[in-house]
Design a protein around this ligand. Sequence first.
Ligand code: GLU
Length: 550
Amino acid sequence: MDYNKLAELVFPDVSGTVNELEEQFPKRNLNEGAYVTRFAPSPTGYMHIGGLYAAMISSRLAHQTGGVFYLRIEDTDKKREIEGGTDEIIQSLAGYGVAFDEGPFSDGEKGYGPYKQSERREIYRICAKELMKAGHAYPCFCTADELNVIRRQQEELKADIGYYGTYAACREMSYEQIEEKIKAGVPFVVRLKAPETAAGHITYSDPIRGNIEMPENRMDLVLLKSDGIPTYHFAHVVDDHFMRTNLVVRGDEWMASYPLHKQMFDLCGFEQPEYLHISPIMKMDGSAKRKLSKRKDPEAAVGFYLEQGFPPESVMEYLLTIANSNYEEWHMENPDKPGSDFVLSLNKMPVSGALFDMVKLTDVSREIISEFTVEECERQILEWSEKYEPDLYQFACKNSAQFQETIGLWKMSGKKVRKDVSKWSELMVMFDYLYMPQEKFEKTAVYELDEKYTKEQLEEAVLAYKKDLFLNTDNWFEQMKTLGEPMGYCPNMKEYKKNPQSYKGSISDLCSIIRVAVTGHKNSPDLYTIMNVLGEETVQKRLDHFLARI
Ligand code: GLU
């Protein structure tokens, strides 16, 4: 067979050459050891937490070595694509601080683009034509029915399933047969012609798993579908070569395809990149471990964490603890250094799927929020609440100084840093008494009352306090003591402990009653500050409502 002639017959309109592509996308001029990595999602409008994990690892490995991290959009499946999907990916990653050096940006592409596969059709066709010229590819006209017949035969014979060897009916077609079909407009795909010698083993090696023996590829897999669109496999080889990726970070579901990919790189005459096949994020389901599933687990979606109001810093830090188990130790030894200073090690990645642990994420997040400044909390809460919690947003917008004061209340207790809040959606639950409008508070308030107080006692205390709330004073507690003493609340705790039976209660009981009446909660940050934030009118309404409810 004259393969040149065949290639011209199949690709009459393709005039470019691989050599021209090599010149157009030259090797990158980078320092030794610098990684060129990429994130290669499909724009389906859904971002899996595993995708963010892979993007974080890729971007860090590139940037910590002085390399390049780029975004490639794998939009060859038009049925699954949604409008605006690419912008959503870019924005969502930017929200997590993952930045690309190159990609399909709205202000124009630079570097090794186009970065959208749908715009790279010609490049794939040039490479497929060249493979055909070298006798490594051929057109296949088999219909779905014909492929089914082959499959059934193989099932009966208990042979390997697939298009290969003597089962590969179109492999041996003559030029004339092919010409006739093409002239008649019969649709065809372009297949790889796996070398007949491919019966041995190859060694796959990566920094996590070491060396693994795998059988060589024997299958004549599809390179270009009948509409000229490449399969994932062919696009991977062509794109990662011409975008000059030297480290492919991808999910370990692709590891089984490594022999095919190696073969394709070899047949194309391209240098193969290194690989890092990362293990997926798992979940316990009963007693079994399984992958986080888009269908079953809300926490599989990156959007879940945004909605819940986990700061992006928390999610990223948590993912870092999964990626490298020595991260936490490093963080403890270097408490003042930002997480971005940590150097990710390839060989410390987990070999098997790490379990996603919500409790751990919550702990990490409490720590992160406690380290934020009040201003940073304010900024993030404003951004989050505008979308997800209008009442909180209204409160935050009304008066910045006052809002900051409330943040200070739950962040600090005296000089001690509190670590109560792990995500912004908790604020409305934990501090409803601060952020909820009065009418809503009245509808939802539950009073955490100690049963030891009688109804009469509660009424007496609240009615007495209502006369003067002692707001705007610098000795609220002293005034409370003076108020409580004639009612039988001992102002001195030591004295009370000696003779509890001589009193109705202690000053702490009186304050506790007022605290529950105003906030509904038994525990809260400094009550006096809370009341000043709420203002006299609201506090009076709270007390009235409490009296009406008990
Ligand atoms: N588009 C592929 C996926 O989402 C990319 C795999 C890769 O990174 O090569 O699975």
